[in-house]
Each structure stands twice: as structure tokens, then as C-alpha cells.
Design a protein around this ligand. Structure first.
Ligand code: GDP
Length: 328
């Protein structure tokens, strides 16, 4: 971040003109944890708001190695060839540890990263999952304001990050590997509940039959779950990200999901619920942050924590004395 902070209104104006350097600057601003930048970032997002919300927001999840980046690379170049502007963002809670994921993501999606109609942004590396997810959500809005009409948010298949991503997209796609039937037992039920579309990847050559068997099992497993939107039974597809097979069908299912949920009234409701949930998540984060930033308060909480641990003070009483300190 340059020492001279950007003017949010001016940045928003440049962004809406599709200026790439303005987008990069805007993202740096929303990713900044400095208090003064946070206020500017809020102003920037407010200024961008009228231009947001028009993109197709697609989440893609799956275990490492399932073929997320291969599939996104292929799907992404298909979409840009079709005249769309595609942004790819990542929520990877592990990237704060590994660092330097920029190179990783560029090489992982080699064609899309070179595509002038696409923008590939690696996971912000700072902070907790909550922080990373919040920045990604804000980055998504900035990309929309900059005119991207498809925003793909990629995440690895770990519980909390999947939920965070499902909470910011319209359609949540889960990639699976073709496997023997018993593999299905290892799948967490939670992920099936989040999925709007399931795609069994690597379904080419000798894998094709296994993938179809796996698809049949997922279809059976999904039948016993209550669909989140009653008008939408999640389809199970077979694709090959590497060979580019089945991706047309996959994309048409993404669009069909949007159409069906819009017609059912679930689309707008989900987006509105997501906004409100986001408000509360941020508020909780900030309030908690405030509690623990105050040094006296922090010391007091530590002391009470020790007393609760030793059984000297009841947890209820500890909360009462903390709240009393806040004037409650
Ligand atoms: P990610 O970790 O989920 O992003 O997975 P990658 O896209 O990096 O893919 C992991 C490995 O699987 C790479 O060696 C890919 O070439 C391979 N792979 C990805 N998609 C396919 C596919 O459709 N078929 C086959 N056979 N291999 C694939």
C-alpha cells in the first residue's frame, strides 16, 4: 500500500471503467487491516454497491487433487471465449501458512491467468479464515463493480471454508473423484447438504464407468436429503476438466440453477440472507476484537478465564463481571 491512501470515490469511478490497476489497488485496500484503510474500504464498497450483484457467483470446492484448478482453467477459457469476463478468487485457509500462493495460482491456472478477459486472484494470505473469507467477499463485489460477469470462488474441501464460500455464492459446486462405492461412506454429509451441483471429475477413458457408478451413488445419497430449495434437486454430472468434457453441460446447470431459484424466489432471498449474515459475522468479529484489544479488559478476561478453569468462578459469573465492566 502506498503511503498516500487512495480516494475511495475516485477509485470507485476508475474501477467501474474497468481499470485493472484500480481493481488491484481497490483489492489491496480492502485486504488492508489498518484502521484508517478499513474506513476507506467501507466507503469504497458503498460507492461500488450500485454496480454489484449482477455476476453469476459460483463456488467450487473439492479435496486437493480433485482437479479444481484444471477444471476452472478450462471452464474459464470457455467462458471468456464466449465473451464473458471471469474472475477467480480463492479462499484457502492454508495459504497463510504456505505464503507465496500467487505463483502457485498462476501456474495452476496457466491459460486463464494469461487471458485478458480473466482475473485470477490468489487467496489473501493474512488472518483467520473469517478474515480471509470477508476479504474474498469484498473482492467479489469489487470484481462485479469492475464489470466481471462471472465470479468463481474456489476453496479446498475443509468444513469451515466450504461453509464460508457457500455463504457468499449463488451456486455451490462440489467436485468429487470417481471412486469405489465404499468411498461414499467417507463423504461428510455436510458437503452434500451444501452442494447445488455435484460433478464427478476425471471421468474420461477407463475412469468413465467408475465415474458413472459414483454418480449413481451420489444421486441415491442425495435423494434421502431434504433439498435446500424444494424446486431444485442437485444434479450429479460426470466431467473431465482435463479433457474439457462435460463442461458445457456443467455450465448450463449453473445457469439453470440460477433460473430455477430466481423463479422460485429463493435467489434474492438467499442473497439478502447472506448479506445479513455477513453483517452479523463482521459485527461479532469487530466486537470481539474490541474486547480483546483493550489491555485492561484483556488482562481481566485472562484472570477470569483462569478462575473458571480452576473452578473458582462459574462461567456465568465471569460473563456477568465482564459485561458489568462494559457498563451492561
Ligand atoms: P486441485 O488441487 O483440486 O486444484 O487439482 P488440480 O487441478 O491441480 O489437479 C490435480 C491433478 O489431477 C493434476 O495432475 C491434474 O492434471 C489432474 N487432473 C485434473 N483434472 C483431471 C481430469 O479431468 N482427468 C484426469 N485424468 N486428470 C485430471
Amino acid at each position: 500500500m502506498s503511503p498516500q491512501p487512495p480516494d475511495p470515490q475516485e477509485l470507485a469511478a476508475r474501477l467501474s471503467g474497468g481499470d485493472r490497476s484500480a481493481l488491484a489497488r481497490a483489492i489491496t485496500l480492502v485486504e488492508s487491516t489498518r484502521t484508517e484503510h478499513r474506513k476507506l474500504a467501507a466507503e469504497l464498497l458503498q460507492a461500488c454497491l450500485p454496480r454489484t450483484g449482477k455476476a453469476i457467483r459460483l463456488g467450487i470446492s473439492g479435496v486437493p487433487g480433485v482437479g479444481k484448478s484444471t477444471t476452472i482453467d478450462q471452464l474459464g477459457v470457455d467462458l471468456t471465449a464466449d465473451g464473458r469476463k471471469v474472475a477467480v478468487l480463492a479462499v484457502d485457509p492454508s495459504s497463510s501458512r504456505s505464503g507465496g500462493s500467487i505463483l502457485g495460482d498462476k501456474t495452476r491456472m496457466s491459460r486463464l491467468s494469461m487471458d485478458p478477459q480473466a482475473y485470477v486472484r490468489p487467496s489473501p494470505s493474512a488472518g483467520t479464515l473469517g478474515g480471509v473469507a470477508a476479504r474474498t467477499r469484498e473482492t467479489m463485489l469489487l470484481c462485479e463493480a469492475a464489470g466481471f460477469d462471472v465470479v468463481i470462488v474456489e476453496t479446498v474441501g475443509t468444513g469451515q471454508s466450504e461453509t464460508s464460500v457457500a455463504d457468499m455464492v449463488d451456486t455451490f459446486l462440489v467436485l468429487m473423484l470417481p471412486g469405489a462405492g465404499d468411498e461414499l461412506q467417507g463423504i461428510k454429509k455436510g458437503i452434500l447438504e451444501l452442494a447445488d451441483i455435484i460433478a464427478i471429475n476425471k471421468a474420461e477413458g477407463e475412469n468413465r464407468q467408475r465415474a458413472q457408478n459414483a454418480a449413481a451413488e451420489y444421486i441415491a445419497a442425495l435423494k434421502i436429503l431434504m433439498p435446500r430449495v424444494k424446486e431444485w434437486q442437485p444434479p450429479v454430472l460426470t466431467v473431465s476438466g482435463l479433457a474439457g468434457e462435460g463442461l458445457d453441460k456443467l455450465w448450463s446447470e449453473v445457469e439453470r440453477h440460477r433460473d430455477v431459484t430466481q423463479a422460485a424466489g429463493a435467489f434474492e432471498k438467499t442473497r439478502a440472507d447472506q448479506q445479513v449474515k455477513w453483517l452479523w459475522t463482521m459485527l461479532e468479529d469487530r466486537m470481539l476484537g474490541r474486547l480483546t484489544r483493550d489491555r485492561d479488559m484483556k488482562a481481566k478476561i485472562r484472570e477470569l478465564e483462569a478462575q473458571v478453569r480452576s473452578g473458582e468462578t462459574a462461567a456465568t459469573m465471569a460473563v456477568e463481571s465482564i459485561m458489568a465492566r462494559l457498563g451492561d
